[in-house]
Design a protein around this ligand. Structure first.
Ligand SMILES: Nc1ncnc2c1ncn2[C@@H]1O[C@H](COP(=O)(O)OP(=O)(O)OP(=O)(O)O)[C@@H](O)[C@H]1O
Length: 254
């Protein structure tokens, strides 16, 4: 099976602090992987390093078999970073930001095609943003902006989706919408790597969980049951979300 990501002995040092310490991780085409772990365990750094956005201080990482610095086929990758502020001072509309997800597919100077427009319309629809398409992005709430970023990745129709906490700050209905979209993509053989705190509605989609603690992988296999059960829709929450589930996860892996 083709490996999408292949990191061997990956080390990342930031501010002289070892943030990733000897990561061996291969993700094959068609997998749906959750990267789990406590705050600061290195999840975001790991996905950024897999994409070549953070340099390794040791080890190697390959993207479709080549080092990220030599990788050229970026249209195959859709990345939704954590807490990116979109729009900024530029009054871009929701549609424009989502259309920017097509850039890697467009040849220079090429006009927006009917295919681009259809992909953007589908992505807006999937994330429930059709009615907001002409609104400036900065007028949207944080959760809505997150949906715009997800729609932008969807519009690019990549083979691989890497999403850093895509459900953070996103309401339950939109989380379910994302779960449905991703389930369809996984069924079509797309690869999905999600950084998560808790699986929530995305749990049925996840076939493999990689749990980080202090920059090392402490579990790589089936999703931890404690997280899965608590995160299942319909589970009767009698405790606040967050720390309790993370504690259980950490206990599970200790
Ligand atoms: N640019 C940076 N410079 C120095 N330290 C950094 C930098 N980025 C991250 N770190 C540190 O690296 C560690 C791992 O951070 P990372 O964001 O990868 O963790 P995380 O598991 O994604 O956390 P969270 O769930 O809070 O997003 C943290 O201790 C963080 O403070």
């Amino acid at each position: 099976m083709t490996s999408v990501f292949q990191m061997t002995g990956g080390r990342v040092t930031l501010d002289r602090r070892p943030v990733l310490r000897g990561i061996d991780l291969t993700v094959s085409e068609g997998e749906a992987v959750a990267i789990l772990g406590a705050n600061g365990s290195g999840k975001s750094t790991l996905v950024r390093a897999l994409l070549g956005l953070v340099p390794l201080s040791g080890g190697t990482t390959l993207l479709y078999g080549v080092p990220p610095s030599r990788f050229r086929d970026w249209k195959r990758i859709g990345y939704v970073p954590q807490r990116l502020s979109v729009g900024g001072g530029v009054p871009a509309t929701v549609r424009e930001v989502v259309l920017s997800g097509r850039i890697a597919r467009q040849r220079r100077w090429r006009r927006t095609t009917a295919e681009d427009k259809a992909a953007v319309a589908d992505a807006l629809e999937a994330m429930g943003l059709t009615a907001r398409a002409n609104d400036p992005v900065h007028a949207l709430s944080g959760g809505q902006q997150q949906r715009v970023l997800i729609a932008r990745a969807l519009a690019g129709q990549p083979d691989v989706f890497v999403m850093d906490e895509p459900t953070a700050g996103v309401d339950a209905a939109s989380q379910q919408a994302l779960a449905d979209v991703l389930a369809t993509l996984v069924a079509k053989g797309r690869t999905v790597v999600l950084v998560m705190h808790e699986l929530g509605p995305l749990e049925p989609l996840i076939s493999r969980a990689v749990v980080l603690r202090d920059g090392v992988i402490v579990h790589d296999g089936k999703p931890p049951q404690a997280v899965g059960v608590h995160a299942r829709p319909g589970h009767d929450h009698v405790h606040p979300h967050g720390p309790a589930e993370r504690d259980e996860l950490l206990r599970w892996t200790s």
